[in-house]
Design a protein around this ligand. Structure first.
Ligand code: MN
Length: 567
């Protein structure tokens, strides 16, 4: 029943874990009535299929023993070693991870990252995905309440996580399994609506295939496979929402898929297809030159096909196909196969990936040089979020910040007003300074004071651009408000008068007579020595006083002109 698991003999790590877990779960049944252990077997079988190592397969077999049986972690460690125990512990913790029911959509992305950062070892996440897959496959046996929760978590957390790991097939499967539970009415409608369209389109694809194969063979291209794939219900539903729920507008309900050996052949096939049928404008997508952020590569084109029907055609290499279905695991499997068979790597290894390199893609790149499984597994242990921390609000919301972030960064991340009015912070219920360096897992609470404004000092320690921007603009406003309230700070007089001995003295005498405190005074003579220009800057004065002073200065013998301005 489980062909991949069978290959391990009973003395191996996997074999021993099998016997132990079966014994531990003895007598327990699942909601379906099946022996509980069948679930563990199924999870381990998936983990095998995804090419993980023996420790992962053993951990998959043992993943529920801590949670559901009397077994304790030290026993697992004693029997199966530190590594298996570490994985089982991670799975147990992930299982008990709680988050609020009303988590908002914007926080879901953080939550996904949190799940990963929490475990520090991607193998835990992958085993968890296998666990979730089987739970979703048997969801119909659970109570309505648990069905909803599982389906929601799967759609929001686990399917996107699988997608990010490049495991597109699994991601789609999970979404499809959750769909009928989340939107039962829509699901019923969709199945009914699609039924006829599906079978007619499959018949249509069967008509197209021979024509395509003939054209390819005339061009000396021998594809490895030409088949059709039906669009998944969940993604079809999402697409229908964008197309007025009109099934006739969906052109990739059935897509024809051509799998060839090399990238050159992909483009050659594209040429043949476009020669055979007119492409629909603006529908060609080159995901080989510009892979999707999760690493997906393929050529997609839409053409006016046989009988002028609009049809999507996808072209890719076998490796791209596997990678698209299986993600990082496939990547490793290919590496191994290539090393054995001495495949020519030239055709694809030099492809430059454009667009943002997300973490999964980075992982793939790191993996490129790995030749053995041990190193591959090692790469899964890398802390992907070593530059990020995840802290928690008192309401259990998870906030994603850069490493080194402080309570002020946290406050601005929540709301600019909370940032501006932040006066203190509590971390894990203890008061900390505002420049305190937060750590992953900290529960952070901000103390605010209405009317409080940021200080320049904060710019010294905040890490996020968001905080810096808000602080700067608050500081600018503070200065502006101060100016408006206080009025001008200075008044500057410019006196032009005859160059003569004692003139400057007379001017300063007038100023001291008015009890004016000067900030600066300096004089300048014109080259012909006929006029002096004297600039005087003093603290701002009332208009009246300025007017009187002006009269007096003008009366000084030799004065030609007096001007002033407030600054
Ligand atoms: Mn389980």
């Amino acid at each position: 029943m489980f062909p991949l698991l069978k290959q391990f003999d009973s003395n191996s790590l996997v074999g021993r874990a099998y016997v132990f877990a079966e014994q531990a779960h003895k007598g327990m049944t699942r909601a379906s009535g099946e022996p509980y252990f069948s679930h563990c077997e199924q999870v381990a079988e998936s983990v095998c299929e995804w090419h993980l190592d023996e420790a992962s397969i053993a951990a998959a077999l043992l993943h529920d023993v801590i949670e559901d049986t009397k077994t304790e972690l030290p026993e697992i460690e004693k029997l199966f070693g530190v590594e298996v125990a570490f994985l089982v512990d991670g799975l147990t913790k992930l299982h008990t991870l709680e988050y609020p029911e009303d988590t908002r959509y914007t926080e879901v992305e953080s939550l996904r990252k949190f799940v990963v950062s929490f475990t520090k070892d991607l193998r835990v996440v992958i085993i968890k995905l296998a666990d979730r897959l089987h739970n979703m496959q048997t969801l119909k046996f659970l109570t309505k309440e648990r069905q909803n929760r599982f389906a929601w978590e799967t759609t929001e957390i686990y399917a996107p996580l699988a997608y990010r790991l490049g495991m597109q097939k699994l991601s789609g499967e999970l979404e499809d399994l959750a769909f009928p539970f989340i939107h039962p009415e829509e699901y019923k409608w969709l199945v009914e609506t699609v039924k006829d369209s599906y079978s007619s389109r499959i018949r249509y694809a069967e008509k197209v295939n021979p024509i395509l194969l003939r054209a390819l063979s005339e061009n000396h291209i021998r594809p490895l496979k030409v088949d059709s794939r039906a669009k998944r219900y969940s993604s079809l539903y999402k697409k229908l929402q964008r197309y007025d729920m009109d099934i006739e507008k969906i052109h990739d309900l059935i897509a024809i898929r051509i799998i060839v050996k090399t990238i050159e052949e992909c483009y050659a096939v594209l040429g043949v297809v476009h020669h055979l049928w007119t492409p629909v404008p603006n529908r060609f997508k080159d995901y080989i030159a510009r892979p999707k952020p999760n690493g997906y590569r393929s050529l997609h084109t839409t053409v006016f096909c046989v009988d002028n029907r609009i049809t999507e055609i996808q072209i890719r290499t076998e490796e791209m196909h596997e990678e698209g279905e299986m993600g990082i695991a496939a990547h490793w499997a290919y590496q191994q196969a290539r090393d054995k068979k001495g495949y020519n790597t030239q055709n694809w290894s030099g492809i430059k990936k454009s667009g943002e390199l997300l973490w999964v893609e980075q992982l793939k790149n790191w993996q490129e040089n790995f030749t053995d499984q041990e190193k591959f597994v090692q790469s899964l242990k890398v802390d992907f979020f070593k530059d990020r921390i995840f802290v928690v609000t008192p309401d259990n919301d998870i906030i994603d910040l850069p490493k080194g972030a402080t309570p002020v960064d946290f406050a601005y991340c929540i709301h600019s007003d909370i940032g501006d009015q932040c006066t203190g912070a509590k971390v894990d219920q203890k008061i900390v300074p505002l420049d305190y360096e937060l750590q992953s897992g900290n529960v952070v609470e901000i103390i605010t004071h209405k009317g409080k404004k940021p200080t320049e000092d904060w710019l010294r320690f905040v890490k996020t651009e968001q905080a810096k921007g808000h602080i700067r603009s608050a500081l600018r406003e503070k200065t502006k408000a101060f100016r408006e309230k206080a009025g001008p700070l200075h008044v500057e007089f410019k006196v032009i008068g005859q160059t003569r001995h004692g003139y400057l003295n007379e001017i300063t005498a007038v100023l001291s007579e008015f009890k004016i405190s000067m900030n600066s005074i300096h004089g300048q003579s014109d080259p012909r020595k006929t006029f002096d220009t004297i600039s005087i800057r003093c603290d701002a004065l009332p208009e009246q006083k300025v007017a009187k002073l002006l009269v007096k200065l003008k009366k000084t013998q030799g004065t030609r002109e007096v001007t002033y301005r407030f600054i």
